[in-house]
Design a protein. Sequence first.
Length: 635
Amino acid sequence: MNTPPQSRRNLLVLIALWFVLYATFALVTPPLLDDADSVHAEVAREMVQRHDPVTLYANGIRYLEKAPLLYWSMAASFRLFGVHAAAARLPLALYVLALLLTVEGLGRRIFRSARVGFYAALILLSSFGLFIFTRILIPDAIVCLWLTLALAAFWHTEEQPRPTLAPCLLFGIACALNILTKGLIGLVFPLGIVLLYLLVTRGVKGTANRLLQLHLVPTLLVFLAVAAPWHILAGLHNPTEGHPLGLNHLGGHWNVPLPTLGNVHGWTWFYFMNEHVLRYLNLRVPRDYDTVPLVLFWGLILIWLMPWSAFLFKAIASVPWRNALRRKGMNEEGRARLLLGVWALLPLVFFSFSTRQEYYVLPALPAFALLIAKWLHDEARQAEEFQLPGGLVTAGQHISVVLLVCGSTAAIACTFFVLHAKPPSPGLDLAALLQQNPGDYALSFGHFLDLNAQAMGAFRVPLVLTAVALFFGSYACWWARRRYKPHVANLALAGMAYLFLIAAHMGLQIFSPVLTSQTHALAIAREIRRGDLIVLNDEYEAASTLGFYLQRPGPNGGEPIHILHGHSANLWYGSFFSDAPKIFEDDASFLQKWTGPQRIFLWTEAGKAPSLPAQAFVISDGGGKQILSNKMNKK
């Protein structure tokens, strides 16, 4: 067992690495991105503006599909630090820190080793998946935190013949917070993992007996005390009679074969049935969403855990699946591995039968990180405690060769682009160099697949940093393992991954004009006057940064953004409530406004502007987007 001072040093190292990666430049760059990133920040801004923590709003319309915890956190940050991008990102960064510390503590406790905990947190911190999906303000990293906390509490009960009340209450609180973070999966995942684990290790009768020892009544009461109030208030604030559309009408309108459940509507139906059950069954109304192919969903695990996915199959093989299936007895370490194995696989299997996005794999990453960390620790301990004979080739050495080949190949490819891709001319729009692949935009960062050899010249600095990190990191990993120093090799690999994430963030900053409309919002801000109108030629999510950066709707009369050809997506259902502003335009109403006395700022994708009857003035152009106006600036 390692000494407490070493554990404290590990924590300080993790906090320092987190601070550089999450709490410095990453808070302010790049600007908020269109779609979920700025939509969620805007929901929190309107929560502060309306002084309403119950009903969520976006662009002045009820936004009823999400749980509130992420928005509460951002709203609190806005009240403390003001409304800006860094304040929006700070809560998620702090949740990531809490996740790292929780994973470190669980690894240290479950395997009785400070190094396992340190490795697990380091793997998670330097993994590509957690980092890239915390560049967007989505709650999935917070789901990881509460799930890890719930299972840490459960494992504490496993260490006790007669479980005490405290860890059971902690389990209930963690589940409740997870429900407030992302809905019912916050309960499905921890309960499913625990029940499967108990059934495998104890059988049906043993599971029933153990559940009776887990203080179910007080645990349920504390769960309801935390989770129930918001759900009750949300139902009361958004009653059945507040929405004119019933389920039958929705099904007929969207030609979706929904089950006949009567004229059910309002928040309760929309949130629980539509956004949970029907979404899972691929029957959600409206059908305006995509799903990631199943093979890609599973295959991307190797990318999200990169470079640690090289050890993934060894780590999974270390789980005593055979003993579990044969109901053979397992020691404490075997049961710990089994719990992590069930945890890793359940979210993946669960989403394999539903609609899914690529970031839905995130709840499994802490379990994978812990399993990989344990395998790496065992490898390092074997090298340190036993004198391995010269010439012996270990599994870790085989893996390091694969990493060296992959890292060197990728480094050569990066170097090729650095040497052969010409840097773009000053002022050239990156979007002009891209090859459009709209079929890939179902992926969260699908626009990056538009990159081609011509556009790579804009990424010379991150490409150089990537090449250096991949080559020297994989070489150092291989060199250290050849000399039976796997701990040094693991630290080298972590350094490589860390530098790669910095390069990835630099690349995101360069690419951000394609993903955000912030510069266009600033151009509008310089000219807009009270009474002017902003119209968006697409769904609201296509240019949602306009709402956040222009603070529309605003407290000083700023009207919500109007929508042309985009009466769908997340604002569709809320738009039918009686208090919804009339912001959706058709061709006739828009043309009437365009030729009227009011000044209009029209956001549109380049080349996709509607037919306009009068002259249009270009206010801003870039990133594949334009701002057109029907009148010149009066200055």
